[in-house]
Design a protein around this ligand. Structure first.
Ligand code: ATP
Ligand code: MG
Length: 414
């Protein structure tokens, strides 16, 4: 006997060369995730599916691993399969011995039984050389379930528990309910972005949505404080990146101080400080995109959610840089974002208090901002902007995570 995880890709509409690249990338992403868990399992492409071949000794581990793989973007659904190789079992002969199939069905039936629920047994036969019809075999296997377990109710259409038997010329696969995965496109198949990550709910969800559209996602956070190595690991923003990297793979977080900006504006009573700050963040982030070859910035902005996120202020931020700023949450409402944050397991972490960057922000930020007025203020109060960016980046700390593991911490000034 053998075990496999069968992976069905999402976005089947993809065609031609794109599709090959997509499949290759997904295969590599699954392989990398498994390696990060210490599992050197083979991942192969056969026709329209990916197969993860699991060593017999690791079968119990595979049942939990399948849920980890389900979180990787680019997969529609997957199943943990008991695999009977044709070469070993010779099901295509006149009188095949189907006892091993009955045994597995018996075990699965007893393992999954829940009082008050119904079951269905589905057989699919793509190789017509097989002696039995699908109907005959389904009938026999359903009898095995009824005679050897507590299952009583059969409901072919709306069962709570399905048992599947798929017969092909290569062998027979037996599995229980399919596991729904995240969908989307494989990370690193569509581009690289840099997310402006705050300590709130929105930006982590925005980053995740971009990774689910195939982007490799990196992060920049503007902070009032400096952290040493221990502090960096416990820092809320680092833990958010660590968690997102569990599914996206390698994620770089750049923590940059905004003290230089703060000092430059100190004692200036500027009602526009928030929008000036956002333009500052965009400019520093733009410089980082050039260093890491990222193609766009991402923010967690929602149109109209707070005073800083008016159309005029969004435009003012855009006008400060040439790199595109993507806002995947622009049209989402708060409930949708919280719901996604919960689904992604980020909610509790994002709820933790985080005071770091609020000190700067004025109580009643301007909802309208004119490009000409902002430029005037910048040339007056922040006259050597490039120097400000250089000084800021000189105090940067880079933290790198890979599949939830800290890989390295670098401080740019030592
Ligand atoms: P969030 O829930 O993401 O904090 P928010 O609703 O609190 O968003 P703002 O504080 O106005 O809204 O921030 C809007 C966006 O600006 C954030 O989603 C994030 O992309 C970016 N941003 C805000 N503060 C920072 C920061 N200190 N460092 C990096 N990016 C930031
Ligand atoms: Mg915020």
């Amino acid at each position: 006997m053998n075990y496999r995880i069968v992976v069905h890709y999402a976005e089947l509409a993809l065609k031609g060369n794109n599709r090959n690249l997509f499949v290759k990338r997904l295969r590599q992403n699954i392989k990398n995730k498994l390696l990060s868990m210490g599992l050197d399992w083979e991942v192969v492409t056969i026709h329209d599916r990916l197969f993860v071949n699991v060593a017999d000794k690791d079968a119990a581990l595979a049942e939990t691993t399948v849920h980890e793989i389900a979180r990787i973007p680019g997969i529609a659904w997957l199943s943990f399969v008991h695999w009977f190789e044709e070469r070993t079992y010779r099901f295509m002969q006149a009188k095949p011995d189907l006892q091993p199939i009955h045994e597995v069905i018996k075990t699965l039936a007893n393992k999954t039984y829940q009082a008050g629920q119904s079951f269905a047994l589905k057989v699919k036969r793509s190789d017509k050389n097989f002696t039995y019809t699908s109907k005959q075999l389904a009938h026999e296997l359903a009898s095995t379930v009824l005679e050897n377990s507590d299952w009583k109710d059969v409901d072919l259409k709306h069962a709570d528990q399905f048992f599947y038997v798929n017969i092909s010329s290569r062998g027979i696969a037996v599995h229980t309910n399919k596991i729904k995965a995240t969908g989307g496109l494989p990370v690193s198949s569509t581009g690289k972005v840099l997310t402006l990550l705050s300590g709130g709910f929105d930006s982590p969800v925005a980053a995740w949505l971009m990774s689910n559209r195939g982007c490799s996602v990196h992060f920049v956070h503007f902070s009032a404080s400096h952290q040493n190595r221990q502090e960096v690991e416990n820092y809320k923003v680092s833990r958010i990146v660590k968690q997102i990297s569990e599914v996206t793979g390698r994620a770089r977080l750049f923590i940059v101080p905004y003290t230089h900006f703060d000092l430059a504006l100190m004692e200036q009573d500027l009602a526009y400080d928030l929008i000036l700050f956002r333009r500052f963040m965009a400019r520093v982030a733009e410089q980082i995109t050039q260093d890491i070859y990222a193609e766009a910035l991402v923010t967690g902005d929602n149109l109209g959610q707070v005073a800083s996120q008016t159309m005029a202020n969004i435009n003012s931020m855009n006008q400060s840089v040439t790199v595109p700023i993507l806002r995947p949450l622009l049209t989402y409402n708060k409930e949708q974002i919280i719901e996604l944050s919960k689904q992604l397991g980020l909610f509790d972490l994002c709820c933790e208090p985080y005071k770091d960057c609020c000190a700067l922000i004025s109580k009643s930020p301007k909802t309208k901002s004119k490009a000409s007025a902002l430029q005037r203020m910048e040339s007056q109060h922040l006259s050597n902007y490039q120097q400000l960016i250089d000084d800021t980046l000189a105090d940067m700390t880079e933290v790198v995570y890979r599949f939830g593991q800290l890989e390295e911490v670098n401080h740019s000034n030592n």
